[in-house]
Design a protein around this ligand. Structure first.
Ligand code: FAD
Length: 472
């Protein structure tokens, strides 16, 4: 701290947010200092929980006066450690969870104004109550927040049809490093009056400002839906199926997720109540969903696509969900995948993207690279095939020592990322940079782009108070 004692500072924060909203006892702050994968354990003077935007602004001003850095945190589901403060300097965690109001749903304008701490699930439910869809969809939606989604520009399973979070934000309210509030909560779809400031903050991982509220885009709620689980021989066959589905159904293709046999085996082994909907093992699986605002008719389109795919040998077997329960069961096979890997020992993660057409080649080369590095390791690539985003995770060899395998994390990253870069891909498709990939950034980012990023950071946060150590 540059001025005063810790006690003075905590007292100053308590004046702003009230007693009970400044946590400093080790047991109270511990849940905010660990993240889902337990890769990072943080340190903080305190966790502060403001309940309104003016309170966030005042906390920011007081932190600035004391020279204390601020790490914004939403649902703490981030996978790159950006929400966990490090020990490099005095920091507080600023939890946005109490900013949890839906300020307005404007069904005629097709927008919804929500505060940053609203969970994604609550936002989806508010849209549904107005007969609209907020299409962002992640397996962490029960806990992650809209502020966190915006700060990480989250992707998820509906990007193929609706885009990333960036494509779903119309306006923002942001508290700046100097404590000023930028009210950019307009509902305009068209506004060419200068720089698009909101896009600076989207994906900035809490390093440029604190998002306190957002205007989000709403869409017609799908009334027709058809969901299929397909077995295929190869990733190339999956791409052929995608092309066929797009040719037949166009923008009605709203989900196109893939997983290998190993992934399905992990799920069947560790997620209670799951079962394989297809007869016999297949090397690869695709979860495909068509949806449309018009009622009915999509089952026939799905049958036509799959009929042709079977005839042409693209798909080897497929099941179409005949009920909501069956649809949920198909989705569970995909959604349980993130969770079940932990029961198979150590897992080294990658969140990469390559141009969609190059996914098969990437998979072949990255699998060979991983197996050459750690013989017997079990690559488990899965994810959002429709937008070229592969979670190229690698599970430890059966019976191997977990820590010895995890000690190869950096070498494995290097081997896999070399293949990614060779194909013009990205080493972080949707999870961001955070603390996990910060040191990789200089090697992969265009130097001019990196220089511009540093200049923007210096302009908006000259004292480096916002989430130091994350991203840059
Ligand atoms: P946090 O984890 O709290 O924070 C993440 C980052 O955003 C940090 O850098 C933090 O400082 C910053 N931040 C948080 N709130 C604010 C704010 N209000 N203002 C400024 N900065 C802020 N991600 C995907 O993209 N696609 C997926 O499919 C996906 N699936 C997941 C599945 C599981 C099971 C899990 C555990 C995670 C998954 N994630 C996925 C990652 C994660 O859920 C997303 O990154 C999510 O957007 C993070 O939201 P959060 O509220 O938990 O943010």
């Amino acid at each position: 701290m540059s001025t005063g004692t810790k006690e003075d500072f905590l007292k100053a924060l308590t004046e702003v947010v009230g007693p009970g909203n400044v946590l400093s006892a080790p047991d109270d702050i511990l849940p905010f200092l660990r993240e889902p994968r337990d890769l990072f354990r943080g340190e903080a003077l305190a966790v502060v929980r403001p309940g309104t935007t003016p309170e966030v602004a005042e906390v920011m001003r007081r932190a600035r006066a004391a020279g204390v850095a601020v790490v914004p945190q939403g649902g703490n589901t981030g996978l790159v450690g950006g929400q966990i403060p490090d020990a490099s300097r005095p920091m507080v965690v600023l939890s946005l969870q109490k900013l949890d109001r839906i300020r307005e749903v404007d069904a005629l304008t097709d927008t919804m104004t929500v505060e940053a701490g609203v969970t994604l699930l609550k936002a989806q439910e508010a849209a549904e109550a107005a007969d609209r869809l907020f299409p962002l969809s992640l397996a962490s939606e029960g806990s992650c927040t809209i502020g966190g989604n915006i700060a990480t520009n989250a992707g998820g399973t509906a990007v193929i049809a609706y885009g990333n979070t960036r494509d779903l934000v119309v306006g923002l309210e942001v508290v700046l490093a100097d404590g000023r509030i930028w009210n950019g909560l307009g509902k305009l779809r068209k506004d060419n009056t200068g720089y698009d400031l909101k896009n600076l903050f989207i994906g900035s991982e809490g390093t440029l400002g604190i998002v306190t509220a957002a205007v989000l885009k709403l869409f017609p709620r799908p009334k027709g839906r058809a969901t299929a689980f397909c077995g295929l021989a190869s990733p190339q066959a999956a791409l052929d199926l995608l092309a066929l589905a797009k040719a037949e159904a166009g923008s009605a293709v709203t989900t196109f997720e893939f997983l290998p046999r190993l992934g399905l085996e992990f799920v069947l082994r560790h997620a209670p109540g799951t079962r394989d909907p297809l007869d016999g093992p297949h090397a690869w699986y695709v979860l495909m969903e068509l949806s449309s605002a018009a009622e009915g008719g999509l089952d026939e389109v799905m049958e036509r696509i799959l009929g042709e795919a079977l005839e042409r040998g693209i798909v080897d077997d497929a099941a179409i969900a005949a009920s909501l329960d069956q649809r949920n069961a198909f989705w569970k096979l995909r959604e349980a995948l993130s969770e079940v890997q932990r029961y198979e020992g150590g897992s080294i993660k990658h969140d990469i993207s390559v141009p969609v057409a190059l996914v098969p080649q990437f998979l072949e080369e990255a699998t060979a690279a991983a197996e050459a590095l750690v013989p017997g390791c079990r690559p488990l690539p899965f994810g959002h095939l429709g937008d070229g985003n592969v979670h190229f995770n690698v599970s430890q060899p059966v019976g191997a020592d977990k820590q010895a395998f995890l000690d190869r994390w950096e070498a494995m990253n290097e081997a896999v990322h070399a293949v990614v870069l060779k194909h013009g891909g990205s080493i972080s498709a949707e999870h961001g940079i955070g603390r996990l990939k910060r040191d990789l950034l200089p090697a992969v980012k265009d130097p001019v782009a990196l220089d511009l990023m540093r200049k923007l950071k210096a302009a908006l946060d000259p004292d480096g108070l916002l989430n130091p150590g994350a991203m840059l």
